[in-house]
Design a protein around this ligand. Structure first.
Ligand SMILES: [Zn+2]
Length: 566
């Protein structure tokens, strides 16, 4: 099955002058091709040349084969366009340490499972962190990532007393995989000068237990007080470079293994390593790189617009500009109160309307695609207000402002999104992975959350955004979640938002391409587009929906090159 292995699209072999320049490099036949192209929805075969599809149709495509053409018999397997994840913190290295590009994923302590549903014990978390603490000098942060508060076998929250057992000399931080809350020990509070009397800052909280004592949980912008104290583990420049390069290769291999061919990266500091690994042949997926900080400023100052780059590494929208907190950690800003929390609590808004307006105007005027993180209805309303203003001040076709998550909608928000051609990047795996958190919102609210049905019906091109680390990135888990709305624990939430399998495949392919304005090149198996596709062991139409996530990825191909082979 490795007929395409090592092929370099367009490579000219000695004696190739005699070959027909139109000859395909590859023909895949005897396949159930689900093209996601309305003009030719189903096909049996396709041909690839110079990294792009050149013909899609019936078995007669085999007659295009020349001397150099490699032929692959798919043996009746299903082939779909390569999957696209439009929101992924590929770095997933927690907060504060500046890790990027898979480095944290490869080297850090994981207190939970990044990729699949798994229950862990608090004792295992303490043990892992103790082992790490023993390798670090006192005063240095001991960091644990991928905590999921609803995947704790103990059925109670992690707290400051648990983390005090790790060390009295090291500050200890466990980062929730949602990225908006951290759990710290007493040493960390002491270094930061935070006591039970410290007031909550704007946009965050130091949480207390029933006795009014700090319980160790710190939310959203309150984390800043902790992040500025203590020392972080140190690496030499050579170690740092090696970690970054290996991290990029590691995460890229993981993406290919799960069938992703394009990922929108939402991280700092990995762009150079991504390009280096591309030169080394270790980049196995295409990158839409979403800039923030220094890189975004450099783009604005120097006239680099979204779309700069090539078909492998391209600057996309901005990184998500946070307007509110998190869905999974119950800090998103919504009008209604949270179930089981004080009626006065409506989550955290992390940006004022004026600041948001100014940021959006500045970025949009620089011809950079806007992208704000907004989960709750209040935050989406605020974001749309800023987008409407920016586009009115500086009208431009195809601006397609992006909203990351866009979780809780109502008819008015949908109407405004449609008017601006907003491209939402919505949680993809959450209805499967995070079904254990939706009781905080309740069944009625969940009928309007992660609302693929409503948005597709309104003609809005909703795309899949795993938000990895917070959510697993498996596109098959995402398809299952969208089709069933049923979680790992058997609970179904917001069943009215189910979509069909074919719609879910569109969400994970062509709508992802539209999200970064690349639909001319990606998202379907269409002659002229990049030859990115995935071969699956089972036809997804022929199996029970609750088995979709376990279907074997047989092969992931990007630009005609095999990037993963089972
Ligand atoms: Zn995110």
């Amino acid at each position: 099955m490795s007929l395409m292995g090592g092929a370099v699209a367009g490579a000219v072999a000695p004696g190739a002058a005699l070959a027909d320049p139109q000859e395909p490099d590859l023909i895949v036949h005897n396949a159930r091709v689900h093209t996601v192209d309305n003009a030719v929805p189903k096909a049996q075969a396709f041909a690839v040349r110079a990294g792009r599809f050149v013909a899609v149709g019936g078995e007669d495509i085999k007659s295009l084969a020349g001397k150099k053409t490699r032929s692959l018999d798919a043996k009746g397997m299903m082939v779909v366009p390569g999957f696209i994840d439009t929101h992924n913190h590929a770095g997933a290295g927690g907060i504060g340490n500046g890790y990027a590009g898979g480095e944290g994923l490869l080297y850090d302590v994981h207190v939970g499972n990044p990729y699949e549903v798994e229950q862990v014990s608090i004792a295992s978390i303490i043990a892992k962190l103790k082992t790490k603490a023993a390798t670090l000098p006192p005063g240095t942060w001991v960091l644990g990532n991928f905590l999921d508060d609803t995947k704790l076998a103990d059925k109670r929250p992690l707290n400051v007393h648990d983390l005090d057992k790790v060390s009295a000399d090291h500050p200890v931080m466990v980062v929730h995989r949602g990225g908006h809350t951290i759990f710290v020990n007493s040493k960390a509070f002491q270094l930061a000068g935070v006591t039970k009397a410290t007031p909550n800052p704007f946009g965050g909280t130091f949480d207390k237990d029933g006795n009014g004592e700090l319980n160790g949980r710190v939310t959203d912008r309150a984390s800043a007080a902790l992040l500025k104290v203590g020392k972080w583990e140190q690496f030499t420049p050579a170690q740092k470079e090696k970690r970054l390069l290996e991290g990029v290769a590691f995460i890229s291999g993981k993406f290919a293994q799960y069938g992703l061919t394009t990922v929108h990266h939402n991280e700092d500091g990995a762009l150079e390593a991504i390009q280096e690994q591309r030169r080394n042949g270790k980049l196995k997926h295409r990158v839409s790189y979403e800039a923030r900080g220094d890189l975004l400023e450099a783009m604005i100052r120097n006239g680099m617009e979204s779309g700069f780059g090539d078909e492998w590494v391209r600057l996309g929208a901005t990184a998500e500009h946070a307007v509110d907190g998190s869905l999974s950690e119950r800090t998103m800003a919504m009008r209604q109160p949270y179930i089981g929390m004080p009626a006065s609590y409506h989550g955290n808004l992390t940006e004022t309307q004026e600041d948001l307006n100014a940021w959006c105007e500045r970025v949009h005027r620089a011809h950079i695609q806007l992208n704000c993180h907004a989960n709750g209805d209040i935050a989406i309303d605020r974001t749309l207000t800023a987008y409407e203003r920016a586009l009115k001040l500086s009208p431009r076709a195809n601006a397609r402002p992006k909203i990351t998550h866009c979780s809780q909608i109502n008819p008015d928000l949908v109407r405004r999104m449609k008017a601006l051609d907003v491209v939402p990047s919505m949680f993809s795996t959450y209805p499967y992975y995070n079904s254990d958190k939706f009781h905080f919102y309740g069944q009625e609210t969940m009928q309007h959350m992660i609302a693929f049905r409503t948005l597709l019906d309104a003609g809005i091109k909703a795309a899949a955004g795993s938000d990895f680390g917070p959510g697993p990135f498996s596109p098959l888990m995402a398809l299952q979640a969208m089709v069933t709305r049923t979680g790992w624990n058997g609970e179904t939430w917001g069943a009215s938002q189910k979509i069909t399998l074919d719609e879910a495949i569109q969400v994970n392919t062509i709508n992802g391409a539209y999200n970064s304005r690349e639909e001319k090149d990606k998202g379907s198996i269409t002659a002229g587009k990049l030859a990115d596709f995935v071969m699956l062991a089972d036809d997804l139409h022929a199996i029970a929906p609750e088995k979709i996530k376990d279907v074997k990825i047989v092969q992931t191909v990007v630009g005609g090159q095999v990037m993963y082979q089972a």
